[in-house]
Design a protein around this ligand. Structure first.
Ligand code: PEP
Ligand code: MG
Length: 583
């Protein structure tokens, strides 16, 4: 039966293919049917996972210190008893054998049944036991998941007859780093239950230049592995099990889209200036060093934002040391042939988790927590290592340091103190670097925007991170789909801040760019030009789309019309003023 689900489009285009359900978290499991004849092997997997958890618990029990509280041992005993109770394996085994459910799916089905029964119990003590059962089941599912090496092994779920068929990833959520791993795989689209337009997962999806939808609630429950899907990244809809007529229509649209993309390529080598001859500079945002190749090929005049944290987020790798980082930064600098490269210092925390390989304390997961420069300043050795690596790369080209999430003067002081220290350390080791390396700040916390002279006076260049500036100004978590509808780049408060930042920086002659997702949205290009922006930094996939808008724009006219937009607080008045601006 055909049905459609709606979500937030984060990367345009149309994808047609079979669904591949991907799981990651303990209880967010893949739902698929095992191949006929493989039921016993699947049942054995479940038993093995139970055995493994039993052994783990025994180890824990043996390793308990003598003075461990009694409750600890009791707790492990209860879990041991739950594990040994055949009730928890019997039904899942039946589901695997009779319905060919995969092991984790079968176990969660039983778990959900049990939890429902427990929810009706009034006795508080017994009610508590539901938690124990959940924890035990989670351990077993973790063990089942660990039987696979990483998230991409789920891809093996496609049956051999599906090879060669285009496939679309469907998941509850995908961490930004896992998304990056998909880069080398031939998927044609992504659908996730969670996420907002500027969540880091969405940003990485967009960087892969394939259609993607986030915030498609319950997609991973309603779509089954192997379902045919049409993903419409323009309208934000995924159509499940489309009929032949719909498929044919979408195939036609897909071909048209490809034709337009080819036409756009002709703009690659033209000069970037508006119709009234204002020169504009287009920079690229990159996550991996090799992205620089395409950025350059599409005419970027530098890297405006290298999100260096992606070198630190691999779960399977240790933190890169100074030499490793130097090699990566140098690679980008070399690939860009003397053009500027803004290497943003590590911005982990919030929705970007550090890889487990690093021997460091974890970052905060709240967007208001220990993130970006706040974290770097609590880990000075890691920060110094990164600064030395960037400085060494600056001996080979225009590597520049860019600092995320600054708000306080004392953070700025401490950052510059550590940059000086890193320089001294390199000097002592006799290693080359550019002593006059440029240092820039991201303006992405409203407090920074409101005290801009502090930043203008101390930094060589500034770059507005609109993703965070919007998140923090409007008080909405950019990764939370429940408030995604409130994420509004056109909110009068945002326009007020952008106008204030850009005009102050321009007056002071301090280079100012926008490197948030707003810069790469062709629908907002004229607005940013009207505000006086001349440096845009975006994912390279957006470069030519934005360039097309720039070539058509008349900045003189736009500037004459912007004050009406800025003064319009009522939505209708704003819409009218915007329409006039963009006409
Ligand atoms: C931003 O906040 O706009 C930005 C460019 O940084 P990130 O998206 O990596 O937080
Ligand atoms: Mg940011």
């Amino acid at each position: 039966m055909t049905f459609s689900l709606h979500g937030t489009p984060v990367s345009k285009g149309i994808a047609i293919g079979k669904a591949v359900l991907i799981s990651r978290a303990a209880l967010e499991v893949s739902h698929y049917l095992v191949e006929p004849g493989k039921e016993e092997a699947e049942a054995q997997k479940l038993l093995d996972a139970f055995d493994q958890v039993r052994r783990e618990l025994e180890q824990l029990r043996l390793g308990l210190p003598k003075d461990a509280p009694q409750e600890m041992a009791a707790f492990l005993d209860v879990h041991g008893m739950i594990l040994a109770d055949p009730a928890l394996t019997e039904k899942p085994m039946k589901l695997i054998r009779a319905q060919r459910m995969n092991a984790a799916w079968a176990l969660t089905t039983e778990l959900n049944d049990l939890l429902e029964q427990f929810s009706e119990i009034e006795d508080l003590y017994l009610k508590e036991r539901a938690n124990d059962i959940r924890q035990v089941a989670e351990r077993v599912i973790k063990a089942l998941n660990a039987q696979k090496k990483d998230v991409l092994e789920d891809v093996a779920l496609l049956s051999p007859s599906d090879i060669g068929v285009e496939s679309i990833v469907v998941a509850h959520d995908i961490a930004p780093h896992d998304m990056l791993r998909f880069k080398d795989h031939a998927f044609t689209g992504f659908v996730t239950d969670l996420g907002g337009k500027t969540s880091h997962t969405a940003i990485v999806a967009r960087s892969m230049e394939i259609p993607a939808l986030v915030g498609v609630r319950h997609a991973s429950e309603m779509i089954r592995h192997g379902d045919w899907l049409v993903l419409d990244g323009e309208r934000g809809v995924v159509i499940v099990a489309p009929d032949d007529q719909l498929l044919a229509e979408y195939r036609k649209l897909q071909t048209q889209g490809l034709r337009e993309a080819r036409k756009l390529q002709q703009l690659k080598h033209s000069r970037t200036a508006t119709a009234d001859n204002v020169e504009i500079e287009l920079f690229a945002n990159i996550e991996l060093p090799e992205d620089a190749v395409q950025a350059l090929a599409l005419g970027a005049v530098g890297v405006g934002l290298f999100r260096s944290e992606f070198l630190f987020m691999d779960r399977n790798q240790a933190m890169p040391d100074e030499d490793q980082q130097y090699r990566e930064y140098r690679r980008v600098v070399d690939l860009m042939h003397g053009l500027p490269v803004n290497i943003r210092t590590i911005d982990v925390g919030a929705d970007k988790a550090l890889g487990a390989g690093g021997d460091v304390s974890q970052t905060g997961t709240s967007p208001l927590g220990l993130r970006a420069i706040r974290w770097s300043l609590t880990e000075p050795e890691i920060f110094l290592t990164q600064l030395r690596a960037i400085l060494r790369a600056s001996a080979h080209g225009q590597a520049r340091i860019m600092i995320p999430m600054l708000a306080h003067a004392k953070e700025i002081d401490e950052t510059f103190r550590l940059i000086e220290k890193a320089k001294q350390q390199l000097h002592q080791r006799g290693l080359a670097f550019n002593p006059k390396i440029q240092v820039g700040a991201m303006i992405e916390i409203p407090a920074a925007a409101l005290v801009l002279p502090l930043f203008i006076n101390r930094f060589d260049f500034l770059s507005i991170g609109t993703n965070d500036l919007i998140q923090y100004t409007l008080a909405i978590d950019r990764a939370d789909h429940a408030v995604a509808h409130l994420y509004d780049p056109l909110h009068p408060a945002i326009l007020y801040l952008l106008d204030s930042i850009i005009s102050q920086a321009n007056r002071a002659n301090v280079p100012i760019a926008v490197c948030g997702e707003m810069a790469g949205d062709p629908g907002l290009t004229k607005l940013l030009l009207a505000l006086g922006l001349t440096d845009f930094s975006m994912h390279f996939s957006q470069l030519l789309l934005v360039k097309r808008e720039i070539l058509k724009a008349n900045v003189g006219l736009l500037k004459a019309r912007i004050s009406r937009v800025l003064k319009a607080y009522e939505p209708e008045a704003q819409a009218k003023a915007l329409e006039r601006l963009l006409s």
